[in-house]
Every structure is written in structure tokens, then in C-alpha cells.
Design a protein around this ligand. Structure first.
Ligand code: UTP
Length: 307
């Protein structure tokens, strides 16, 4: 496997999670015991990624701080004999290199990926959205499988897909497969947020990609879409339309995507990770059982859920 670099865009404004994200990045919200970005990095490290290029922006310094080695804190924990807490910082010593560049204006995910060009250059690379976790506790090697498929098939684009309920396809970029759908399938095109009746499948783009550098040329050509943003899916579409080879990989059942982009999915993710916690999960499950009969009444007082 030769691809060992992942671009992790984390520059978005996270407006759907206000006020929680007013002065902290959504990528640093905790899910269970770790911030989202650490779940993403752990997953990528498990798939053989060694170089991480974060596309950051205003107010995102805490992400850089999190992956720095905090010698003072380590010394303090060591001096005070806090071995268990010290072990929680083991992630700092992973054999990884971190790079950061800034997206100076938030012109969309496609534009964020284009900001990686001067550093990535003429080599294939992974893109992993910094606000999406795949699988509980980094138990996914989807990126490794995607890289292997990319290299074996000489593809230009490999995209991860998750099967979603048919009635929810209008929220996602959806695959139109060419031919039969298996764990790996050929991609005819991507349809952004289709009507339920028109959706060509229920396979939704799932936050992980492998690209040949040709994507950079297509991102330059991509016209701003909704909200003036340069969309990554539009650039992928251009690759496919110009004869590029696109493949899809299906996530396995244990590799669900947790999207930390809106409160409903954030709450679900936190809840599921907390319930799965080896130490606190079992008691939390008991607690939730006692809570459930009463919480129906109080939830009805709240405003309707927002997307
Ligand atoms: P979203 O599409 O959820 O956009 O980003 P957003 O701006 O962060 O959130 P809202 O819509 O205001 O609530 C998906 C991923 O792409 C990154 C985000 O940080 C997130 O990890 N992104 C998005 C960028 O890096 N730059 C952008 O201009 C937009």
C-alpha cells in the first residue's frame, strides 16, 4: 500500500450545531470519551495512514493543540503518579505526522480539498471528513480497503457508501451504480439529494474518499453551486463525465457512519458511544431505562427537531 496521506477538512463553520460551536469546532465535540477528530485520526491510523493534513480555519486551534505532545501535562501526571490518566495520552505518541493549512474563506468542502493541492501535489490521497466517525471505537478499516481497491483497479475516485433507509435519500449524495452492486461496484454518477422517487439507489456518500490528483483539476473547473460553495460531489461528477473510473465501496454493518453535523445525529452518536463504554456503559443503560418512561413527557415541550 503506497497511499499514506489523508486530507482532513475541518474548516466548516458548523452553523447547524450553534450555539455549541460558537467558540469550539464541531470536530472537537466529545463523542463518548474522545473528541470527534481523535476518533477520525485513530480510524485512519488503523488503516495505515501516517501523514495527516488538516484543512483548518478560524477558531480551530484546539484541534492542533489536541494532537500536540503536551510535555508539561505528561510530566505533571508522571510526577503525581497518575498512570491511568497518562495512558489516555498515548495517542500523542502514535507514529503520525501532522500538517495544517488554512482555508481562508469557507467556500465549501470542494474548496477545502483544493487547499490541500500545494502540499499533496501529484500523488493520490485520502479525504476523510473531520466531522464524521465510521464505526464505534475506530473498528473500521474501510480506508485501507478503499486504498487497496484504488491501487488494484487503477481508479481515479473511490467513494465509501452507506445504505440508508429509502425515505432518507433526499438528505445525501446518492450513488447511481453501473451494473450490479456488491461490496465494490462501479460508479455511473452521483446524484445530490435526490427526490425519494427519483433516487437511483439508497447508497449514500459516507465521508471517506480516495482520489487521484486529477480531482484537483476538476475542482478548479467546478462552478460554485448552492450557497456559492464549491461542492466535492460536483468535481467527482466531472471526473466521471470525463471518462474517469469511479468505484464505490459499501460500508459493512459494523461500520456505521456517525455524522456530527447536526444535533440529532450528534446526540445519537454520543449516546451510542457512551452506552458502549466498557466502564460506564452498563450502568448508563440501566439509568436510561429508568429515565425513559418520564422523558417522553418533557421532550414534547421542546421545539421540533432541526436537520
Ligand atoms: P458541512 O457540509 O457539514 O459544512 O462540512 P459546515 O460548514 O461544517 O457545517 P454547517 O452546514 O455550517 O452546519 C462537512 C465537512 O467539511 C468541512 C467541515 O469542517 C466538515 O468537516 N468543511 C466544510 C470545510 O473544511 N470547509 C468548508 O468550507 C465547508
Amino acid at each position: 500500500m503506497t497511499i499514506d496521506i489523508a486530507v482532513v477538512p475541518v474548516a466548516g463553520l458548523g452553523t447547524r450545531l450553534l450555539p455549541a460551536t460558537k467558540s469550539q469546532p464541531k470536530e472537537m465535540l466529545p463523542v463518548g470519551r474522545k473528541p470527534v477528530a481523535q476518533h477520525v485520526v485513530d480510524e485512519l491510523a488503523g488503516s495505515g495512514i501516517r501523514r495527516l493534513l488538516f484543512i483548518t480555519g478560524k477558531g480551530k486551534h484546539s484541534i492542533e493543540n489536541h494532537f500536540d505532545i503536551d510535555g508539561e501535562l505528561v510530566a505533571y501526571l508522571r510526577e503525581t503518579g497518575r498512570e491511568r490518566e497518562l495512558a489516555e495520552l498515548d495517542f500523542e505518541r502514535q507514529d503520525l505526522e501532522f500538517f495544517y493549512t488554512r482555508q481562508r474563506r469557507q467556500l465549501g468542502l470542494g474548496h477545502a480539498v483544493l487547499c490541500a493541492r500545494p502540499l499533496v501535489g501529484d500523488q493520490p490521497f485520502v479525504v476523510a471528513l473531520g466531522d464524521s466517525i465510521i464505526g464505534i471505537n475506530a473498528q473500521s478499516d474501510i480506508v485501507r480497503r478503499m486504498i487497496e481497491t484504488f491501487e488494484a483497479s487503477r481508479a481515479d475516485v473511490v467513494v465509501a457508501f452507506e445504505e440508508v433507509p429509502r425515505e432518507e435519500v433526499f438528505r445525501y449524495g446518492i450513488a447511481q451504480p453501473r451494473g450490479p452492486v456488491d461490496d465494490v461496484f462501479e460508479l455511473e454518477r452521483l446524484v445530490e439529494k435526490p427526490e425519494i422517487a427519483d433516487a437511483p439507489s439508497n447508497l449514500a456518500v459516507a465521508a471517506r474518499y480516495v482520489f487521484s490528483p486529477v480531482i484537483f483539476d476538476k475542482l478548479v473547473e467546478t462552478q460554485p453551486g448552492k450557497g456559492g460553495e464549491i461542492q466535492l460531489t460536483d468535481a467527482i461528477q466531472l471526473v466521471l463525465e470525463s471518462g474517469g473510473k469511479g468505484l464505490g465501496l459499501r460500508l459493512r454493518s459494523h461500520e456505521r457512519r456517525f455524522d456530527i453535523g447536526n444535533f440529532e445525529s450528534y446526540f445519537r452518536a454520543f449516546f451510542e458511544f457512551a452506552l458502549a463504554d466498557a466502564k460506564f456503559g452498563p450502568r448508563l443503560q440501566q439509568f436510561v431505562r429508568t429515565l425513559l418512561p418520564t422523558c417522553k413527557l418533557s421532550a414534547s415541550q421542546d421545539s421540533p427537531a432541526q436537520a
